[in-house]
Write a protein that binds this ligand. Sequence first.
Ligand SMILES: Nc1ncnc2c1ncn2[C@@H]1O[C@H](COP(=O)(O)OP(=O)(O)OP(=O)(O)O)[C@@H](O)[C@H]1O
Length: 320
Amino acid sequence: MIKLSHVSKNFGHGKNAVSDLSFEVQAGETLVLLGTSGCGKTTTLRMINRLLIPDQGDIFIGEKNIREEVPENLRRNIGYVMQNTGLFPHYTVQENIGVVPQLLHWNKTHIRDRVWTLLQKLRLPPEQYAHVYPQHLSGGQQQRVGLARALAADPPILLMDEPFGALDPLTRISVRKEFKALDELNSKTIIIVTHDIEEAFELGNRICVMNEGRIQQLGNATELLFSPANDFVRNFLDKQRLELELKSLRLLDIWPYLNGTGETTGILLPGETSCWDTLENLTTSAATAIFRGENKHLDGNILMNAITAFKKTVSQHGHA
Ligand SMILES: Nc1ncnc2c1ncn2[C@@H]1O[C@H](COP(=O)(O)OP(=O)(O)OP(=O)(O)O)[C@@H](O)[C@H]1O
């Protein structure tokens, strides 16, 4: 568990970079810090790693206040993925990934085994890539090596600063997909910094929207979309709103508003299916929603009407 309590940081030129930040990230949870450039995301991440010390407030990892922790011990439990990978150009891929295990005095065989395992998991065949230098890798491959390096000593906490920021949009989507499927991340506590809204919604269990060093809202996707705390959050999400809503709402969320008859036609879509995937299916086939033993026939109109009715109810009565 990571806990920030009333944390502020000022770099000595007027405004605070971060003001009165309080939040908790539960063990095994992925929290995304989302906001425009300069809103204090990186400063927050660097304070958790003690690369920066807050002027006010406290940060706890588990029960321990990190002010009382030796930075080297603290960082042993934290993997840090930097925006521009931060790979050492004069080290091979294997040497880059082995940096922390080396500091921890693992023996050579242990380091090599771990590096090779990670390269395999990240789809970089070790025979081909272990002895290559970073400049001979593509951006996506360098990013994977950066991730492997952060994961090398299997830290319980992972901090990631714009991990996919330097990648072109297509590579970004595919590296993100691989990242999500990585078994090494199961049960890790992760904080990801991004300015990419779609990325935040795809990766975060919860999202912390920041502006000018302050938290505007911290919540899950549906809370941010359907119960925005203020105009900033509403406006920030507006450009991608329809797509985000369709991706975050599941059939079971709008179940009471689906007016389809009980007949079963076409493919069966379970209640957990997102409205986005449902629409995609409906373009090629008839479909029936199934949830808790009940069937409802679906078409585009039934779906969109149900979403509209759901939104109307939430705007009148708040999010359940
Ligand atoms: N070492 C520093 N010295 C002085 N000012 C700094 C320093 N680091 C950050 N700042 C300032 O603090 C504010 C927050 O910066 P920060 O890098 O945390 O924002 P960010 O949300 O991560 O933005 P970006 O996505 O552009 O990195 C900015 O105004 C920035 O100029």
